[in-house]
Design a protein around this ligand. Structure first.
Ligand SMILES: *Cc1c(COP(=O)(O)O)cnc(C)c1O
Length: 337
């Protein structure tokens, strides 16, 4: 397949991340679990509390700046890391940010609506708008485009960062690049485990590895949809990404692996196995996972081990995608016995 750097150079990129994030062994957890466990610290991408969205936003903001945008609009859950990261990138690059918060997670307390990422979004000076439907991805995009149209009428140049699958997956380019970074940092892994939500992280990583000729299995841990739905989503996203990168061959169906054993009870709500995973990482390694994504993706590591997909002695890379600010909005959910 094509050379990754050369291919990525064809896309506009706004630099938000300088240099690689650390790739480290987790020795105490390795001892406990009987595997050789490593972590890719993409919680340390730096800007505005970091996380995986910084890599994705480099390409959206690159495109926005190339198009002369003066403002960006983005949508996500109330405690979205994506909208918080976009507000930080907008601040750094001198654009206005308009954040649309969707009512995706039911039954949460007052802290959820106020603390964590919501609070940070306010500090970053972003404008907030609300969308009352949490499951209507295309509707959320339409509402953003409507607001963008209003801004256009006022003589502004808005840029919409869309959520729906009928758009170019520019964000996945950041993880094509991260795949190259992981391969450069070594060592070789038997399995890579990562959260799979919109799928841009999972899809970009998988595509980047295969472009580089690396066939390590990538386990996408479902955080929003069940495995069947997420696999269908990843098929579409991988094809869109192959088209964007002008690859000769798409990702094979057998390469798209999803696992939903830690999805329950719902998006944005913690099950017992994910809560246990969050506590284990804190108490064994002094590292914080987040309640919405990485608690579930790390519960994927322990779950895949329990069911025998990951076996003793394997060298496994867990990709930490960030999200820790939401911990403060989820205190009851995280500490509940
Ligand atoms: C958004 C997010 C994910 C999921 O990434 P996608 O590219 O949307 O699949 C994982 N972890 C954290 C912390 C996130 O904020």
């Amino acid at each position: 397949m094509k050379d990754i750097c050369e291919t990525l150079n064809g896309f506009a990129r706004a630099e938000l991340l300088r240099g690689p994030t650390p790739l480290e062994p987790l020795s105490r957890l390795s001892d406990d679990l009987g595997i050789d466990l490593w972590i890719k610290r993409d919680d340390m991408t730096g800007l505005g509390f970091g996380g995986n969205k910084i890599r994705q936003l480099e390409y959206y903001f690159g495109d926005a700046l190339a198009k002369g945008a003066d403002s960006v609009l983005i949508t996500g859950a109330v405690q979205s890391n994506y909208v918080r990261s976009a507000a930080a990138a907008a601040a750094k690059l001198g654009l206005d940010a308009i954040l649309q918060l969707e009512d995706r997670v039911k039954g949460m307390d007052a802290e959820y609506a106020r603390s964590g990422n919501v609070f940070l979004g306010q500090l970053l000076g972003a404008e907030h708008m609300f969308y009352s439907e949490g499951e209507d991805e295309n509707g959320a995009d339409r509402a953003l485009r409507q607001r963008a149209e209003e801004l256009r009428q006022q003589g502004r140049t808005p840029y919409v960062i869309p959520l729906g699958l009928d758009n170019k997956p520019l964000g996945a380019l950041g993880y094509v690049n991260a795949a190259r970074e992981i391969l450069d940092q070594g060592p070789a892994f038997d399995a890579i485990v990562v959260a799979s939500g919109s799928g841009q992280t999972h899809g970009g990583l998988l595509t980047g590895l295969r472009m580089a000729g690396c066939d390590t299995p990538v386990y996408g841990i479902c955080v929003r949809r069940d495995a069947e739905q997420q696999t269908a989503r990843m098929r579409i996203l991988s094809d869109k990404l192959a088209e964007l990168l002008q690859l000769d061959a798409a990702i094979a169906n057998s390469d798209i692996i999803t696992w939903d054993g830690s999805l329950a009870p719902a998006y944005g709500r913690l099950g017992d196995n994910s809560r246990a995973a969050l506590h284990m990482m804190a108490q064994k390694e002094g590292l914080f996972l987040d309640p919405v994504y990485t608690a579930k993706s790390f519960a994927g590591v322990t779950g895949l081990l329990q069911e025998g997909t990951i076996t003793a002695g394997m060298r496994v890379l867990f990709v930490h995608t960030g999200g820790q600010p939401a911990l403060f909005a989820y205190q009851d959910e995280v500490t509940q016995a």
